[in-house]
Design a protein around this ligand. Structure first.
Ligand SMILES: Nc1ncnc2c1ncn2[C@@H]1O[C@H](COP(=O)(O)OP(=O)(O)O)[C@@H](O)[C@H]1O
Ligand SMILES: [Mg+2]
Length: 252
């Protein structure tokens, strides 16, 4: 298990009587890009939110960089959330702050770096996502793709070891989506981070992923390399990859 950065062990999670995760066991290895693929409402967001303690399992263990975090309190989760950054679905920039302040937020909150040094970090992170001279702009002045990049720059501001991307290309036009997918790949290679990409977009999954995990009805029905996914015979995965609607899988 030495090369696992995140381990899920028999994780169960329900909301009321709705079972979302029904015994999830799988691991995300250091330095890899793991894609969590599944239909809308299959529990992808709920699953990855467990990695930074935004959800707690009803049963089971979530081990991050060797530590079981399921009983951690908010204080204990702070270092976990420094190690693992999340790019939320929708980007979620602070609308009342300019780009500089958005990206600098965590650095100002959690470090005692001088303002000049913070500006330099912000400049470098913006360069990594392909932007320059946008520090003074407000989120409302940015296109959807630029917002996503700024949100990504904010996610990497604290030099995380792992980045969680929740539907990073949803709602973007195809050209911008491709740019973001390339960025995810380049960041993973350049920064050697562990990446977890949640998506229902099959083309994105195959483009960015080293491995793919397929979530359906609370279970991981497949975990394997992109190559293995292409040829796997697991019927639900095949059905999903062929563009079938999951609701009709029972008729296969
Ligand atoms: N905080 C919550 N309270 C109650 N139900 C939730 C909550 N978060 C998610 N759910 C439910 O869990 C299921 C999976 O949600 P989600 O993980 O967001 O799906 P996905 O990201 O795969 O589209 C959905 O049925 C959703 O309504
Ligand atoms: Mg989601």
């Amino acid at each position: 298990m030495g090369d696992a950065f995140v381990e899920f062990e028999d994780v169960h999670k329900a909301f009321g009587d709705k079972k979302v995760l029904d015994g999830i066991t799988f691991e995300i290895r250091r330095g890899e890009t793991m894609v969590v693929l599944g239909g809308s409402g299959s529990g992808k967001s709920v699953l990855i939110r467990h990695i930074i303690g935004l959800h707690r399992p009803d049963r089971g263990h979530v081990i991050v960089d060797g530590d079981d975090i399921v009983d951690y309190d908010e204080e204990e989760l702070i270092p976990v959330r420094k190690k693992v950054a999340m790019l939320f679905q929708g980007g979620a920039l602070f609308d009342s702050m300019n780009v500089l302040d958005n990206i600098a937020y965590g650095l100002r909150e959690h470090t005692d770096m001088a303002d000049e040094a913070i500006r330099e970090v912000v400049r470098r992170k913006l360069a990594l996502v392909g932007l320059e001279d946008v520090e003074e702009l407000m989120p409302s002045e940015l296109s959807g793709g630029m917002k996503k990049r700024v949100a990504l720059a904010r996610s990497i501001a604290m030099d995380p070891q792992c980045i969680l991307y929740d539907e990073p290309t949803t709602g973007l036009d195809p050209v911008t989506a491709t740019t973001i997918n390339e960025l995810i790949r380049n960041l993973q290679r350049g920064l050697q981070v562990t990446s977890v990409v949640v998506t229902h977009d099959i083309a994105s999954a195959f483009f960015v992923g080293d491995r793919i995990a397929y979530l359906f009805e609370g279970h991981m029905h497949f975990v394997g390399t992109v190559e293995e996914a292409r040829t796997a015979r697991e019927p639900r995965l095949r059905h999903f990859l062929s563009g079938g609607r999951e609701g009709s899988v029972a008729t296969l």
